[in-house]
Design a protein around this ligand. Structure first.
Ligand code: CIR
Length: 255
């Protein structure tokens, strides 16, 4: 969670058509734009240099740059997003990553993997199987990670949850924020786990950046819990992006 750099992408007007499992009404372009600006500002205030990429009208979900690639200080991996409407986002981010990273690997097909299913911890890189990340994709990703000197570990995502990281985030070297339903799978054995309060499951997608933890302002009990644990919490508006199933990690690639 120590990051110097991040890449984000501006929301296109097509963001109102972003994918969602359940229709709770479309977000507005202005609303998403405001949340995105607050997010970029929070990253900068946390000490991160942010590169802002132009909007891509053809890809409504392309604001969620976390999904088509994985980045580490030692190199990047181009992924194969599991939603057909998002598959082309990888080609759009590739030239940017080739400019920023010396080593760029590509996940070989035919499997699929989304960055939202990947959680980097000190011990391993966890890859959650989901509707977007299949076993072939996860296994190919373990091989790519090994090339970068990292150990991948394949785990499961609770049914009905979009991405592994929709339900958890890393708070520090030994502490996870997780929904009770994900933690019940035993996936975080050996780590300290703080559970999101009931009804605030979507708040589990928080984002530790340097000395701060960014938390959605719609999850006040989660924010209070983290503050009571001594974390320096920054509350950010996320109700618009939540309408298209997104949270705080999704909007940046960080290294
Ligand atoms: C999608 O369904 O792909 C987008 N509407 C939301 C992606 C959220 N990304 C993430 O959790 N990493």
């Amino acid at each position: 969670y120590a990051f110097d750099n991040a890449i984000v992408r501006l929301p296109a007007t097509s963001v109102v058509q972003g994918l969602r499992a359940e229709d709770r009404g479309a977000p507005t372009h202005e609303g998403v734009g405001a949340e995105h600006r607050a997010y970029v500002e929070a990253l900068r205030l946390a000490g991160v240099e942010v590169e802002i990429l132009p909007a891509l009208e053809a890809f409504p979900d392309s604001i969620f740059v976390e999904d088509p690639a994985l980045v580490f200080a030692e190199g990047a991996i181009l992924l194969r997003p599991g939603a057909p409407s998002r598959f082309g986002e990888t080609a759009a981010i590739e030239p940017v990553l080739r400019r920023r990273f010396e080593r760029v690997l590509s996940l070989p097909g035919p499997g699929f993997a989304d960055g939202g299913d990947v959680l980097v911890t000190l011990q391993a890189v966890m890859i959650g199987l989901s509707d977007r990340t299949d076993r072939q994709g996860a296994e190919a990703l373990v091989a790519c990670l090994a090339e970068l000197g990292r150990r991948g570990e394949i785990v499961t995502t609770p049914p009905g949850v979009l991405h592994f990281k929709s339900d958890c985030s890393l708070l520090d070297e030994g502490t996870m924020l997780s929904t009770a339903r994900l933690a019940a799978s035993g996936v975080f054995a050996g780590l300290r786990v703080l559970h999101t309060p009931e009804g605030e499951e979507a708040g589990a997608n928080a984002l530790r950046v340097n000395e701060r933890v960014l938390v959605g302002e719609d999850y006040p009990r989660t924010a209070a819990l983290l503050e009571a644990e001594g974390f320096s919490v920054v509350r950010l508006p996320t109700s618009q992006i939540a309408r298209i199933d997104a949270g705080l990690s999704c909007m940046s690639l960080r290294w």
